[in-house]
Design a binder for this molecule. Structure first.
Ligand SMILES: C[S@@+](CC[C@H](N)C(=O)[O-])C[C@H]1O[C@@H](n2cnc3c(N)ncnc32)[C@H](O)[C@@H]1O
Length: 322
């Protein structure tokens, strides 16, 4: 067995850390508070929360066993206040019950890939590094990106690039991939980048990297990211105690749209039109804590490029429905 000697605190700089701490403080400082970090990653946000709130129990989920192991090192000193669970975040209710709790006071989602995953040459997430095209966050299950590229019909490839990458050249790229794989399987990120480069008109190539949206789309497809998130957000909100808070950070517009839709829906009155007074049972279930999506400031964006696309939304449970 090889011992992982990497220092998790140097692998991933937590995004919007102070704002997350501020938004979660009223929930995390309650007596006997339980919080879920649905995307534990390198444990940066979790470590700060556990340090700030000595009475807090934190359940950290991640589908990536490597991330869980590294976060374990970072959170060791908190003993059984830090519970790590290998799970996909739509399994949040089962994970909370499994840890011995029914309800929670807060939840944090810091979506997407971690710097660890992007930097690891052998996982194929980054188009700038040549590596086998795997892209699974949980390497113990599911199809790899190379398998998707090899077996998906042209129409499905096109739909993946359109839907998850919002790629204007989706059809052209799908065609090019099908032609290339008839010659040889596309197994490495470098091969895929070459195919995409060749299929891209020079004028477009000057404006953007042709692989950016296709790699994002493949990652979303391989990990089922949007469908999992679509189930996970309502499941997490349902677990919150009255006054419990949810903080969600997205890094691309498809995720952010989904988060916005769910939070907006839950923060509306359910009173039927024309009712003269709002009955208590019609009051909004949630109160939005952010006006629109919050962004990182210039200083953080300059310090940490991962913070550039972040969109943070937060809400508090204002009415108990159980
Ligand atoms: C951006 S990182 C989190 C970084 C963390 N906040 C920190 O400060 O170190 C996102 C993490 O979420 C995990 N993840 C992504 N999708 C997931 C899912 N559906 N279920 C569970 N974990 C997921 C990834 O494996 C990754 O480790």
């Amino acid at each position: 067995m090889t011992i992982d000697t990497r220092d998790p605190s140097e692998l991933h700089v937590p995004v919007l850390l102070d704002r997350c701490l501020e938004l979660l403080a009223p929930a995390a400082s309650r007596e006997g508070a339980v919080l879920v970090d649905a995307t534990l990653g390198m444990g940066g946000h979790s470590e700060a929360l556990l340090s700030a709130h000595p009475g807090l129990t934190l359940i950290g989920l991640d589908r990536d066993t490597e991330a869980l192991a590294l976060a374990g090192k970072r959170l060791e000193r908190f003993g059984d206040r830090a519970i790590r669970v290998h799970a996909v975040y739509d399994e949040i209710a089962e994970a909370v019950r499994g840890a011995g709790f029914e309800r929670i006071d807060g939840v944090l989602f810091d979506l997407g890939v971690s710097s660890l995953q992007l930097d690891e040459a052998d996982r194929g997430f980054a188009y700038a590094q040549d590596a086998p095209l795997d892209m699974r966050m949980d390497q113990s299950r599911g199809e790899t990106a190379a398998e998707v590229l090899q077996t998906a019909p042209e129409g499905r490839l096109r739909a993946i690039f359109e839907r998850y990458g919002e790629e204007p050249l989706a059809g052209r790229y799908a065609r090019a991939i099908v032609a290339a794989r008839a010659e040889a399987p596309i197994e490495r990120s470098g091969q895929l980048v070459d195919v995409l480069q060749q299929a891209t008109p020079a004028a477009v190539r000057d404006q953007r990297h042709p692989a950016k949206r296709v790699f994002q789309a493949l990652r979303i497809e391989v990990n089922g990211e949007l469908s999992v998130l679509e189930r996970a957000i309502p499941a997490a909100l349902d677990l919150l105690n009255l006054g419990g808070r949810a903080v969600i950070m997205s890094y691309q517009s498809l995720e952010d749209r989904l988060v916005k839709r769910e939070l907006t829906k839950r923060s509306r009155s359910t009173a039927p039109a024309g009712l003269p007074v709002e009955l208590p049972e019609h009051r909004p279930e949630f109160r939005l804590l952010t006006r629109g999506a919050e962004l990182a400031d210039d200083a953080e964006r300059a310090r940490n490029p991962r913070a550039i696309p972040v969109r943070l939304r937060a809400a508090e449970r204002a009415r108990d429905v159980r």
